[in-house]
Write a protein that binds this ligand. Sequence first.
Ligand SMILES: [Zn+2]
Length: 331
Amino acid sequence: MTGLVVSHPWFDDRFNHLAKLHADKRLPHALLLHGMSGIGKVDFATSVAQFLLCHHPQNNRPCGQCKACELNAAGSHPDLFFLQPEEAGKQLKVDQVRALNEFIYSTAQQGGYRVVILNPADSMNIASANALLKMLEEPGSDTLILLVTSKIGQLLPTIKSRCQHVECHPPVESDAIEWLMGATELDEEKARSILHINLGAPMEALAYIDKGLNEQRAQLIRGLADILKQRRTALEVAQSWGKLDIELLLGWFYSLLIDTARGAICESGDLIRQDDARNMLNAVAKKTNPVKIFKLADKVHEERRAILLRQNPNKQLLLECILLEWAALLD
Ligand SMILES: [Zn+2]
């Protein structure tokens, strides 16, 4: 049957462990799934939920045939509750958490588990975290709350201590490449290159392809190279980027700088993972010192944060300043 979410193979061990706990009736009522973003944690959580709700699971996976699986495939199972902020990037409101009460303390409509997937768990403020805390302390029977986060440091200790932690690791490179090739038309070399751009996170790499970000990425690399070779000024490049996603650009620029600093410290090009910019980064790494690069990387990181927090600076000016410092790396 199509429509059910499939957990990714790199989480198989984790999945089977949870299935075993379930079989032994030792599954805790709250799990905290944490690990870097873009590796498929929400798919993992959803698949676990669908497994628990399935009436006839097979080989530790949902059967895909029963009534529960049918409902899940249609995204309409009444005993699965997705809790998330009303808008991406916003906080989870305390009223949204309170609305869970009724769901958690009622009888499951299909007579089995009730499962909540809270993503991202770091979107809770103190009020909403406190509201959840009560439910974590006295959960209804046959209830599982799955909290998902890539920023575990931002969760209240009281929340963390009431969940069993499931640490989610990214796949090893060969597995990630194989998966990405299966999900796309890419050959191995291209898949590797795009994975490196996305720091090894397969879902991020897939989103990168789906959103057609290659052209934006190429403009970034071209602009940086043009400045170093004095084909264009920092001002000209900043202007040419006027319509691009600045948050995305700064994120990429930051990891390019970190790669360059690694190259400068170790004097070995092998540490530079981002193939599409390797020659340029190697050249910069050879001609400047890591302290200067880290300083610029910090600045890029800070400016990106400011943009994420909507402390809306003059983007054009901001890019220009950063690019001038990039040019100055070779002074
Ligand atoms: Zn089923």
